[in-house]
Design a protein around this ligand. Structure first.
Ligand SMILES: Nc1ncnc2c1ncn2[C@@H]1O[C@H](COP(=O)(O)OP(=O)(O)OP(=O)(O)O)[C@@H](O)[C@H]1O
Length: 589
């Protein structure tokens, strides 16, 4: 089977004429007359008395008579082409309402006003105007006369070409040469028409037989045609299941551009998306290509996206490439669990994270099934995770949040194995524990992050997050991105904000007077940013986005500080009040 597919770029309006079965001749008598004479003819044609009784009863059925009457009346209208008295009933009704309101409102006037403002009436008038103005569709030319009556079950479909693609792909069987409809994209013109189905065999396009044609040639014919396009198809056996809209939503964990994808059967039918986009998966019938559309896009032809299974196999293939990335020069990742408010002395460079932790390629990131979640007022707050390169301003923004509402926001208290100093209190600056206990806690996975500096351990424990959340406060935590995976649990339902540096020119401008604790400086004194610091910040941010971008719920560029702060506040407010997309597993506990 030649699996060449293509998108038929034609159409939208349609009408069809099914020539299967007996070819009907124009009846000499009307259907209604025919129906009234039929009972008298039964005696000679139907032997069984039961059948005759049944047919008599059926022909006398009032609803059948009414139906035929309606049919005939409609036919009459069609023949005489009624012209509308006016084509702007809506504006006329509005004008009448306005005038009536200016008069004395007696009971009748009030009733008329009520009638005219009834939504059903308004809709009816609007439909009337649409029909009267014929704005619903262009005039279709008559069907061709030379339809081959001998052909069995042939369907003639006439579509009017518009800018919208047909939303169907075709394929050609190399052996038989048959060109069939390979797939119908959900919500597209072909799908909405209900006339073309998967498996239908395309016989002719605009009277040109296509059996001997390659899909490219058919596309050419379609591209050349103007106005209406006539398809002759033999309906396939395959019955499609009724198009119920599946309600599966996924978060894309990778960028996809069909234009650059050699594997996609039809580039035009593909749906481009970015890492983090929410997609509604409309159809998973095909194991390789799903059909999906962007969440919230009301106009909706679905596009092809690689299925989870297929994308996983693609990624497995390129695994060697990912592995090579593992050995790219390590960037300076932020050092976390510094208690920002008080402990400026805590030097960031004290924490060494293990190299193997920096890159995490165990998971093949394709799609994550998501659902909406809105925190109930009685529930704990979602953990707010802040991620970004060293010096980007995480601590600055965290501090501003804490100062802005100390009752609402809080941070964790880190653990350390160093000696408590005189002015310090246990549980305030740090939780002071013995080295031995610290090591036991490491073994028991109690720390999200930990590190060693001058022979002492420092770390942030999971329990320290729990204790903030238990006070019904929003816990702000800045972490290295490789920990996100471990913190994305139903318990914490974290919301991840990535703080991104602006372009270097803006950094130079905005950070003129800023000082920061360079990770490379062991002395722990704050210094102005160097050009190298800026470049490293930007490069690290880029690496973080490339590798962990699919886990970020929000990206905020820290250009102007107060603008970034406002954006962060607004975002966190929304997290508390509005529904957010979260992994499905978080709502099933
Ligand atoms: N938008 C901004 N405009 C100007 N200065 C800023 C801005 N954001 C942060 N700064 C300044 O940059 C310096 C570094 O910020 P901060 O200490 O918050 O970085 P950080 O991301 O916490 O870094 P680290 O992870 O290394 O602790 C501080 O002096 C801070 O005041």
């Amino acid at each position: 089977m030649n699996t060449t597919h293509l998108l038929l770029s034609a159409n939208s309006r349609h009408h069809s004429n099914d020539t299967s079965g007996n070819c009907s001749t124009i009846p000499a008598m009307s259907l209604y007359e025919l129906l009234s004479v039929l009972p008298s003819q039964l005696q000679t044609h139907v032997d069984s008395a039961d059948d005759r009784t049944f047919l008599h009863a059926m022909f006398r059925e009032r609803s059948l008579h009414s139906l035929i009457k309606i049919h005939e009346r409609l036919q009459q209208y069609e023949e005489c082409c009624p012209t509308p008295v006016l084509d702007r009933a809506t504006s006329l009704a509005q004008g009448v309402s306005r005038e009536l309101q200016a008069t004395s409102l007696n009971a009748e006037v009030k009733e008329l006003l009520k009638l005219l403002s009834n939504p059903y009436m308004e809709s009816l008038l609007s439909v009337h105007d649409t029909v009267a103005q014929k704005t619903y569709e262009p005039q279709l030319p008559p069907l061709p006369d030379d339809i081959d009556d001998d052909e069995d079950s042939v369907k003639i479909i006439r579509l009017v070409k518009s800018k919208e693609p047909l939303g169907a792909t075709i394929k050609r069987d190399e052996h038989t040469g048959a060109v069939t409809i390979a797939r119908i994209l959900r919500g597209g013109a072909a799908d909405r028409s209900g006339l073309i189905h998967v498996g239908d065999e395309l016989k002719e396009v605009n009277g040109i037989p296509v059996d001997d044609k390659q899909p490219e040639d058919i596309i050419h014919i379609l591209a050349q045609s103007q106005g209406a396009i006539t398809f002759k198809v033999v309906p396939g056996m395959q019955q499609e299941s009724p198009a119920k809209e599946p309600k599966m939503y996924v978060r894309a964990l990778f960028d996809y551009n069909p234009e650059e994808d050699k594997a996609i059967p039809c580039k035009e039918a593909g749906l481009a998306f970015r890492k983090g986009d929410i997609l509604q998966v409309m159809c998973q019938d095909d194991v390789t290509w799903w059909q999906a559309k962007h969440d919230g896009h009301t106009s909706g032809r679905a596009g092809l996206i690689p299925s989870k299974h297929f994308q996983e196999s693609v990624l497995q293939l390129s695994f060697s490439l990912i592995v090579s990335l593992l050995f790219s020069p390590p960037a300076s990742f932020r050092r976390s669990f510094r208690l920002s408010r008080r402990d400026r002395k805590t030097n960031k460079s004290m924490y060494e994270c293990k190299k193997s932790d920096r890159y995490d390629t165990a998971d093949v990131a394709t799609y994550e099934e998501v659902t909406t979640y809105r925190r109930a007022p009685t529930e704990k707050h979602r953990l707010v995770l802040l991620v970004g390169p060293t010096g980007v301003g995480l601590n600055e923004l965290k501090k501003k949040l804490l100062i802005s509402d100390p009752q609402h926001f809080s941070v964790t208290v880190p653990h350390t194995s160093r000696q408590k100093r005189n002015q310090e209190s246990d549980g305030v600056e740090y939780h002071f524990i013995s080295k031995h206990l610290f090591e036991a806690d490491i073994q028991n996975n109690k720390f999200i992050e930990y590190g060693e500096f001058k022979g002492n351990y420092y770390g942030t424990s999971l329990d320290s997050i729990r204790s903030v959340l238990a006070k019904n406060k929003v816990c702000l935590l800045d972490v290295q991105p490789h920990t996100l995976k471990h913190l994305r649990t139903v318990e914490f339902k974290p919301y991840v904000v990535f703080l991104k540096p602006p372009p270097v020119e803006h950094l130079r401008e905005t950070r003129k007077n800023a000082k920061f604790l360079s990770g490379k400086d062991d002395k722990g004194s704050a210094k102005p940013f160097t050009e190298e610091d800026f470049m490293e910040m930007i490069n690290t941010a880029q690496q973080m986005e490339n590798q962990y971008g699919h886990l970020f719920d929000k990206v905020i560029v820290n250009d102007d500080l107060s603008a970034a702060f406002s954006a962060l506040k607004v975002t966190l407010r929304k997290v508390e009040l509005e529904a957010q997309w979260v992994p499905v597993g978080w709502t099933h506990s």
